[in-house]
Every structure is written in structure tokens, then in C-alpha cells.
Design a protein around this ligand. Structure first.
Ligand code: 2BA
Length: 109
């Protein structure tokens, strides 16, 4: 068994959960925050049998879209003055950041 940890954009989360559940996958949704943008994203946990891993990954790839976002990048102004300002930079947030882990045990009490 594998554990898929998928970090996706909030905009894709509902559609993705529906698609996964329609295909019989178990899903847990966590409300999370990206370290760089400091804005909300969604992390999904899926425990899947090895034989269905690729099917789950294919659904995630199909549903999740990459998007461009504007972020504020801090830069130092004035050398030793210690003043800070920020300027906007464009970042492409991926459709999904996915980790796949091997599960030692899967127990339900
Ligand atoms: P955030 O940390 O908010 O990052 C959002 C997007 O900002 C990233 O998209 C990337 O395009 C950009 N970015 C991140 N760090 C950067 C940096 N130091 N300099 C310039 N641009 C940077 P993704 O790479 O698609 O990541 C989307 C979200 O997935 C991340 O949100 C974070 O929550 C998670 N993530 C990505 N890589 C991860 C990792 N190695 N471990 C844990 N979580 C990760």
C-alpha cells in the first residue's frame, strides 16, 4: 500500500476530491498553507493499494492545473540603511506537488 500526499490549489480541491471519490478512493482533506506564498492550499491524503497508485496519480494530474500568481518578494534597500521594501514577482504554482510513501501498516480500529 502507498500513501499519496498531494498538495494542490484550493481552486482544484473540490473537483479533485469528487473525481477521486467517484472512483472509490478514500481521501482526507487538510487545510494547509504554502511556506512561500503564505496563502492557503489543500493537502490530500490518499491510502491506495499498489495496483491503483497510477490510477490515482492520473486523476490528480488530469484535474490539477498550474496557475500563475503574483507574490511579493522582499528586497533590501539603501545598503546599510536596513530599510526593506518589496516588489511583485510572478510565480507558477504547480498543479500538484505529490509525495508517494510506502505504508508499513494500515489499520482501522
Ligand atoms: P508555496 O510554498 O506557497 O509555493 C508556491 C509557489 O511559489 C511554488 O509552486 C513555486 O512556484 C514558488 N516558490 C516556492 N518557493 C520558492 C522560492 N524559494 N523562490 C521562488 N519561488 C518559489 P510549487 O512548487 O508548485 O509548490 C506549491 C506548494 O506545494 C507550495 O506552496 C508548498 O505548499 C508545497 N510544496 C512545494 N514543494 C514542496 C516541498 N519540497 N515540500 C513540501 N511542500 C512543498
Amino acid at each position: 500500500m502507498k500513501l499519496i500526499i498531494a498538495i494542490v490549489q484550493d481552486e482544484d480541491a473540490s473537483h479533485l476530491i469528487s473525481e477521486l471519490m467517484n472512483e472509490g478512493f478514500g481521501v482526507t482533506k487538510l487545510a494547509t498553507t504554502g511556506g512561500f506564498l503564505k496563502s492557503g492550499n489543500t493537502t490530500l491524503l490518499l491510502g491506495v493499494d499498489d495496483g491503483r497508485l497510477q490510477e490515482g496519480m492520473d486523476i490528480i494530474e488530469k484535474v490539477c492545473k498550474s496557475r500563475k500568481q503574483i507574490a511579493a518578494s522582499p528586497i533590501t534597500m539603501g545598503g546599510s540603511s536596513g530599510m526593506y521594501t518589496s516588489y511583485p514577482i510572478e510565480v507558477t504554482v504547480g498543479g500538484a506537488t505529490v509525495f508517494v510513501l510506502t505504508v508499513d501498516q494500515f489499520i482501522k480500529y
